[in-house]
Design a protein around this ligand. Structure first.
Ligand SMILES: Nc1nc2c(ncn2[C@@H]2O[C@H](COP(=O)(O)OP(=O)(O)O)[C@@H](O)[C@H]2O)c(=O)[nH]1
Ligand SMILES: [Mg+2]
Length: 398
């Protein structure tokens, strides 16, 4: 019996041992494998933590954003200075008629004043003397006045019973005749033989040279031409600046040198540039600060000689301030001795009651008035026309 119990116990031990041997590996395997995956899945977590980093990297882009914002303002500033700022000058046709009101001071003398005299019942010697005095007072000049009044008086005598308005018409005719309407007043400003027309602008200080250069550039551009300007007044930096401003408004290139540069070399460079660029016109602004005739001779003569290494100067315009009257005329005569003046521009006719200066200038200098300045505005420059001018002055166009 005891041996059965022992056998049973031994069998139990063997069965338990075998069971353990079979189960144990099963318990060991699972634990070995799972741990690995969980550890590998942890890295993914850090990877999930990386994305948070990028957002931090995206922050700098926000820092990059401001620069574009800083660049934006300059773009806003640019337009007012350049592209859209180019102006379209007024057409030149009919400018003198449009600006006729600017002659109001002269109109009072020639129109109202003379009409009152011509309206008198009897045109006696005293009245004719007064008419003469009025014309001389309006800067027509003694010789021209004597001629005009002499002819008018003769016509009135032949006519017998002329009305005031008929007499006014006769006076207008005589003024037109005195202005030599047949003179060629066109500007030699466009290309010839494949090279630009070269215009030299001369005159005393303050006459309006730089302003007139700017206005002429606008006139030419309005008529479809291309223009280069040369700032040969190198005494003051402001003079070149003034010209550059005029040029910038209508897209005319301005060639300039440093302050104190040789005016002749700036003028030379301007013409060179004009030829290279193939423009229609080169306008050269000069200095008027010339104390004596010798200095004037030296400087203007040199400018002209040096420019003519490129070819002839096509037009030399003398700028004359109408408000300086007969005195200005004497000063101007010096210029005609130094350079071959081909045309006169009479400026500031809006500021004088002495519009008769146009007649005196042409008569004394023997040079046609080609343009007249009637204000400081950019388009206040008109091609001169004798009939239109006289009609505006005397009121025969009303
Ligand atoms: N009222 C009026 N002023 C003018 C005319 N032309 C020029 N001016 C003025 O005269 C002054 C002198 O002109 P500027 O061109 O600098 O003279 P420059 O020294 O000969 O170059 C400026 O204030 C111009 O605006 C004009 O036709 N009428
Ligand atoms: Mg000037």
């Amino acid at each position: 019996m005891e041996s059965y119990i022992v056998f049973g116990l031994v069998l139990l031990v063997v069965v338990i041992g075998a069971t353990l041997a079979l189960v144990a590996p099963r318990f060991r395997k699972p634990p070995t494998l799972p741990p690995a995956p969980p550890k590998k899945q942890v890295p993914p977590a850090p990877t999930t933590q990386a994305p948070p980093a990028p957002p931090v990297v995206e922050a700098p882009p926000v820092v990059e954003a401001p620069p574009p914002v800083v660049e934006a303002p300059p773009v806003v500033e640019a337009p007012p200075v350049e592209v859209p700022q180019l102006e379209t000058p007024e057409p030149t046709a009919g400018r003198l008629v449009r600006l006729r009101a600017r002659l109001s001071r002269s109109q009072n003398v020639f129109g109202k004043g003379l009409l009152a005299l011509l309206s008198r019942d009897k045109l006696d010697d005293d009245t004719w003397d007064e008419i003469e005095e009025t014309l001389i007072g309006a800067d027509v000049g003694v010789a021209a006045t004597t001629e005009i009044v002499g002819k008018l008086r003769e016509r009135a005598r032949v006519h017998g019973t002329a009305t005031a308005s008929e007499l006014r018409g006769m006076l207008a005719d005589e003024l037109v005749t005195a202005l030599e309407p047949q003179l060629d007043r066109s500007l030699a400003a466009t290309q010839r033989d494949g090279r630009p027309g070269v215009l030299l602008v001369v005159g005393v200080n303050g006459a309006g040279k730089t302003t007139t250069c700017g206005k002429i550039a606008r006139v030419l551009i309005a008529d479809g031409h291309t223009v280069v300007m040369g700032a040969a007044d190198t005494f003051r930096a402001a003079a070149a600046e003034q010209l550059a401003t005029w040029g910038g408004r209508v897209g005319a290139e301005v060639v300039r040198g440093p302050e104190g540069a040789d005016p002749a070399s700036v003028a030379f460079d301007a013409v060179k540039r004009g030829i290279e660029a193939g423009v229609d016109t080169v306008l050269i602004d000069t200095a008027g600060r010339l104390q004596n005739k010798v200095g004037l001779m030296d400087e203007l003569g040199k400018v002209k000689r040096v420019v003519e290494k490129h070819g002839p100067v096509d037009e030399t315009l003398l700028i004359l301030d109408a408000t300086t009257g007969q005195n200005g005329l004497e000063q101007a005569r010096v210029f005609t001795e130094v350079v071959d003046v081909t045309g006169v521009v009479l400026t500031k006719l809006d500021g004088t009651a002495k519009g008769g200066i146009v007649i005196a200038v042409q008569r004394k200098l023997g040079i046609p008035v080609k343009l007249v300045g009637l204000g400081e505005g950019p388009d206040d420059l008109a091609p001169f026309d004798a009939r239109q001018f006289v009609d505006a002055l005397v009121g025969t166009d009303a």
